[in-house]
Write a protein that binds this ligand. Structure first.
Ligand code: ADP
Ligand code: ZN
Ligand code: ZN
Length: 816
C-alpha cells in the first residue's frame, strides 16, 4: 500500500559518512526532488539534508523503519543529478562527510527563498479574514500585511522555522506573490542603446544637417552605441529620436560590460590562429563529444593559450555544450575573464569571491537554468552546477591557489579532471610552468601533451641575466641588494620612459630581526615564526597570525636593545629605490598596501596610465595581469623560497621565477629580466633563466624519485592541533602508536604503508595552536586511504578528546 510513495536518498548535513533513506509524503513530492534540500528527522533532532536520488518502493525497505521528511526547502534544485556521483567521489577520496561536501560545494547564503521577498496578495488578505488557515500561515500573512519579507526575515520575526516550501505552497494557492530582489552590483550588466539603420529607403533631399550626419555615420560604421554616436555628433539625440519614430533607425538595448577600471569591454573578434595554435586546437577538437580526454598544454608565457581556450570554448558551445574555465584566485577580475566577456558577452557567468550573495545567487541560477554556456571562476567554481559539459579548462594549472586549505581540503585542478571523467568530456590543463605531477601524467600517457613554443607575432622572450649577489658587497662589506647592473637597468628603462617591476617575495621591511648580542630571533608568541619589521607602523608583525609587537621591544632572552635586521622585505626595497631614484614615481603592491578595498585597482590603474615608473611587489603582482609597458623585471633575491623545508620548494621557486620573468615585454617592446641570487648555479635558477620547464623537470624528477616523493608516491597527512602543548603532544604520540599497531596487525599495510612521524610541524604553532603531523606515504593510494580511514573512523575519537582536533589532508600541498 506504500507502493506509490516516493523514497529518497538523502545526505544529511552532519559529520556522518553514510546516506539515509526517507519517505517524501505525497503533498511534498511535487516534481523532482533530486538536488533540493529537505528537513528530516535525524535521531532526536532535525537536520538539513540534500536529496541525492529518488527511487521506487523496494522490498528491502520492508524491514527498515523509514521516516518521513518534514519539509522540502527549495523550490528548484540547487544542483543537477549529474553532480551526485561527483560529490560521492569527493567524499570518498578526501574522507569527508558527503553532506558537508555538498554544503561546501554550494555557495554560502545561496537560498532562493531566503533572498526572494514575498508579499501578500488580495486573495491572501481575504483568506486572512476568513480564518480558515493554519496558525502559522495566518501569522505569516499577518506579517506580510505590514511589509513584504524574505523567508529569513519571517523566521526571525516569528521566531519559528518558516520553510521555503510553505511559502511556495501559499504562493500556489495565490495568497502570496514573490518578488525576486537581487542586489544590484558590479557584475550586473548595464544596458545601453545600439543604433543601426533599419534599411528603409530614405526620403530624398529632405533631411536636416544633423539627421544627415547621423545617417552618414551609421552608414560608414554600421551599428554604433548611442554613446559613441553622441561622441561623434553631439547633437545626435534629437535626430535619432525623430529618425527612429519615422522608422529609419532601429535601436536595441544590449548589456554592456565594464572592466574593473570602468572601461567598457569592447566586443572583440577572434584573430586567425597561428600554426601552433591551430595544431593544438584541432588536436583537442578531435575529441570533443567523444568521452573523457585529458590534455596538458605547456605553452610559454604569451604564446596565446588564452586564445586557444576561447577557440575551443566557442567550438564547444556551437555544439551545444557548456564550458567551465577555472582560473587562479587573484585580487581582481583577471584578464582572462575580461577577454571571455569581450568575446562571448552575455553567455558568460563569473563566480568569484568578490560577489555579494545576491549576485552569486543570480549567477548560480543562470547556470542551473542552463541560460549561460560558459562559467569562469576560481577554485570553488569546479562545483558550478553546469550540465552537459563539453570542455573544462584549468588555466595556470600549477597554481597553488587551486588547493583549498581548511574544511574540505580539495585540489580544484585534480577535481576538474575527476569531473571531466564523470561527465565524459575534455579537460585541458594549461600552464607555462606545469606542475611536475601533470607533466608526469603526460609521460605516463594518462594525459596527452600539447605545446606552444613561441610567443605570438614573434614577440621575443625576455632576455634574462643572472647577477651573483655574493660578489656584490659595498665598501663596508654589507651586502647590497642593488647590483650595479640592476641600477643601470632601472636608469636606462626610466630614460626610455618605460616601466620597471621589482619583485621580492617577502613583504615588510626586513627578513629577520635578530638580537646582535645573543643571536635570539624575535619570534611571534603565538606561532613559531620570526616576526618581520614593518617600519611604517614601527612594529614587528607575524605573517601567520597578525600578532604585532612594538619595534622598540628588547630581546626577550637577554634583554639587549641591539636588535639587528637580517635580510629584506618589499618595504625596505621601496625605501632604497626612493633614495636611489628620487625622481621616479614608485609604488608598492603587497598584502600590506592592499588591505583597503579598491587599492589593488588603484595601483593597477596608475600603472596602466603610467603614473607609476617603478612598481615593487610580492607574488601578488605576478598573476593575472598584463603590463605591456613593463620592459624591465628585477628579481631582487631569487633565493627566498628555495630554502623552505618542503619538498616542493624548488618547484614553487621555479614556477614563481619563470612567471615573474614572463611579465617582461608582454607588449611590443622587448623585455629584460635581471635575476639576482646567491645561488647562480642552482639548477632551479638556471632553468628559470631560460624559462625551460623541461630542463628543470629532468633534474627535479630525479630527486623526487630518489626520495620517493610525489609524483612517485601518494601521501595523506594526518594533522593534529590543540591549544594545550602537553595534551597535543601526548595525543600525537598516542595516535602514532595506533598507526604502528595497525601496521603490526595487518600484513598488507606492512608492505604498502609508510608511517612518518608523529613529528612537530615545521611551523610548530600557528595562532596559539600547537601542531603535530603524521605523514602516510605509499606507492598506491588505496592502502594508505584505507589506513587513514581506519585511523579516523576507529581510533581517533578514542584518543583525541575535545581539546585536540584532527583532520585529514589528502595530497597535502603545504608540508609545513
Ligand atoms: P598566454 O595566455 O599564453 O600568456 P595570450 O593568449 O594572453 O597568451 O596571448 C598573448 C597575446 O597575444 C595577447 O595579447 C593575445 O591577444 C595575442 N594573441 C594570441 N593569439 C593570437 C593570434 N593568433 N594572432 C594575434 N594575436 C594573438
Ligand atoms: Zn638577546
Ligand atoms: Zn603569529
Amino acid at each position: 500500500m506504500l507502493n506509490n510513495l516516493k523514497y529518497i536518498d538523502v545526505a544529511v548535513d552532519l559529520p556522518v559518512y553514510s546516506t539515509f533513506t526517507y519517505i517524501a509524503p505525497e503533498n511534498l513530492s511535487d516534481g523532482s526532488l533530486t538536488g533540493k534540500r529537505v528537513a528530516v528527522p535525524f535521531g532526536q533532532r532535525k537536520a538539513t539534508g540534500y536529496v541525492l536520488c529518488e527511487s521506487e518502493y523496494s522490498s528491502e525497505y520492508d524491514n527498515k523503519e523509514i521516516k518521513s521528511i518534514f519539509d522540502v526547502l527549495d523550490e528548484t534544485p540547487l544542483f543537477p543529478p549529474s553532480m551526485v556521483p561527483f560529490f560521492k567521489w569527493i567524499s570518498d577520496y578526501y574522507i569527508f562527510p558527503l553532506g558537508t561536501v555538498i554544503k561546501t560545494a554550494l555557495p554560502g547564503g545561496l537560498n532562493s527563498c531566503e533572498i526572494a521577498k514575498f508579499s501578500i496578495t488580495p486573495a491572501g488578505k481575504e483568506t486572512l479574514d476568513e480564518n480558515r488557515i493554519s496558525s502559522l500561515e495566518k501569522r505569516v500573512l499577518s506579517l506580510l500585511e505590514n511589509s513584504p519579507a524574505s523567508v529569513k526575515k519571517l523566521c526571525t520575526k516569528l521566531n519559528e522555522n518558516v520553510s521555503g516550501a510553505l511559502l511556495v505552497s501559499m504562493e500556489k494557492r495565490g495568497w502570496v506573490a514573490r518578488e525576486k530582489e537581487i542586489k544590484s552590483g558590479k557584475t550586473k550588466a548595464r544596458l545601453e542603446s545600439y543604433i543601426c539603420l533599419s534599411g528603409c529607403r530614405m526620403p530624398d533631399g529632405k533631411l536636416s544637417l544633423s539627421r544627415k550626419k547621423v545617417i552618414d555615420c551609421l552608414e560608414s560604421y554600421g551599428e554604433l552605441s548611442f554613446k559613441r554616436l553622441k561622441e561623434q555628433i553631439p547633437s545626435a539625440a534629437k535626430a535619432v529620436k525623430a529618425l527612429e519614430e519615422k522608422g529609419y533607425l532601429v535601436s536595441t538595448k544590449r548589456p554592456v560590460y565594464r572592466d574593473p577600471f570602468g572601461e567598457e569591454i569592447e566586443p572583440d573578434s577572434a584573430p586567425v590562429p597561428t600554426h601552433e595554435q591551430e595544431n593544438v586546437i584541432s588536436n583537442v577538437l578531435n575529441f570533443l563529444g567523444k568521452g573523457f580526454s585529458p590534455f596538458l598544454l605547456n605553452g610559454v608565457t604569451g604564446s596565446g593559450k588564452t586564445e586557444v581556450y576561447m577557440k575551443l570554448a566557442s567550438a564547444a558551445i556551437d555544439r551545444g555544450y557548456s564550458v567551465l574555465v577555472l582560473v587562479p584566485e587573484i585580487a581582481l577580475i583577471s584578464q582572462i575573464e575580461k577577454r571571455f566577456r569581450a568575446r562571448f558577452g552575455e553567455c558568460v557567468a563569473i563566480l568569484h569571491s568578490g560577489l555579494s550573495s545576491g549576485e552569486k545567487f543570480d549567477q548560480w541560477n543562470r547556470i542551473t537554468d542552463g541560460r549561460i554556456s560558459i562559467t569562469i571562476g576560481a577554485r570553488s567554481a569546479v562545483f558550478a552546477p553546469l550540465s552537459n559539459i563539453g570542455l573544462i579548462v584549468v588555466d595556470e594549472e600549477h597554481d597553488s591557489s587551486y588547493k583549498q586549505e581548511g574544511g574540505l581540503r580539495y585540489n580544484a585542478r585534480d577535481l576538474a579532471v575527476v569531473r571531466a571523467k564523470l561527465e565524459n568530456c575534455i579537460v585541458l590543463l594549461g600552464s607555462a610552468t606545469p606542475s611536475l605531477q601533470s607533466h608526469q601524467n603526460v609521460l605516463s600517457k594518462k594525459f596527452s601533451g600539447l605545446t606552444l613554443t613561441k610567443r605570438v607575432e614573434n614577440r621575443m622572450m625576455p632576455e634574462v641575466s643572472i647577477v651573483d649577489l655574493k660578489d656584490n658587497r659595498d665598501n663596508r662589506g654589507v651586502r647590497r641588494f642593488f647590483s650595479q647592473e640592476l641600477i643601470d637597468g632601472i636608469k636606462n628603462t626610466l630614460v626610455r620612459k618605460e616601466q620597471v617591476l621589482l619583485f621580492l617575495n617577502r613583504r615588510g621591511f626586513a627578513g629577520f630581526p635578530v638580537c646582535s648580542v645573543c643571536g635570539e630571533a624575535v619570534k611571534c608568541k603565538n606561532c613559531d615564526i620570526s616576526l618581520t619589521l614593518h617600519k611604517a607602523e614601527n612594529s614587528y608583525k607575524c605573517h601567520y597570525c597578525g600578532y604585532t609587537k612594538t619595534a622598540a621591544s628588547n630581546c626577550s632572552k637577554c634583554g639587549s636593545s641591539a636588535i639587528q635586521l637580517l635580510g629584506l622585505g618589499t618595504e625596505k626595497v621601496e625605501a632604497a629605490v626612493k633614495s636611489l631614484f628620487p625622481k621616479a614615481r614608485v609604488a608598492r603592491m603587497d598584502a600590506d598596501t592592499t588591505i583597503r578595498k579598491g587599492s589593488v585597482l588603484n595601483i593597477l590603474k596608475d600603472l596602466n596610465e603610467h603614473n607609476i615608473d617603478i612598481l615593487i611587489g610580492t607574488q601578488m603582482v605576478v598573476k593575472g595581469h598584463d603590463y605591456p609597458n613593463i620592459t624591465l623585471v628585477g628579481i631582487i633575491c631569487a633565493d627566498l623560497s628555495l630554502a623552505f623545508p618542503d619538498f616542493r620548494a624548488c618547484e614553487r621557486t621555479f614556477q614563481l621565477l619563470a612567471q615573474v620573468a614572463g611579465r617582461a615585454g608582454r607588449g611590443d617592446l622587448k623585455g629584460r629580466v635581471i635575476l639576482q641570487t646567491y645561488n647562480p648555479d642552482h639548477f632551479t635558477i638556471l632553468a628559470a633563466k631560460k624559462q625551460d620547464f623541461k630542463s628543470f623537470y629532468q633534474k627535479e624528477i630525479l630527486f623526487r624519485k630518489d626520495l620517493d616523493y610525489p609524483p612517485f608516491s601518494k601521501m595523506i597527512m594526518i594533522r593534529l592541533s590543540g591549544k594545550d602543548k602537553k595534551k597535543t603532544h601526548e595525543c600525537a604520540i598516542a595516535l602514532g602508536k595506533c598507526c604502528n599497531e595497525l601496521k603490526a596487525e595487518n600484513k598488507s599495510f606492512q608492505k604498502s604503508v609508510i608511517v612518518l612521524g608523529p613529528v612537530e610541524a615545521s611551523v610548530t604553532k600557528i595562532a596559539g595552536r600547537y601542531r603535530w603531523q603524521i605523514l602516510l606515504k605509499g606507492h598506491s593510494f588505496n592502502p594508505i586511504q584505507q589506513f587513514a580511514r581506519k585511523i579516523i573512523f576507529e581510533k581517533a575519537k578514542k584518543i583525541c578528546g575535545k581539546d585536540t582536533s584532527i583532520f585529514i589532508d589528502v595530497d597535502p600541498y603545504f608540508m609545513m
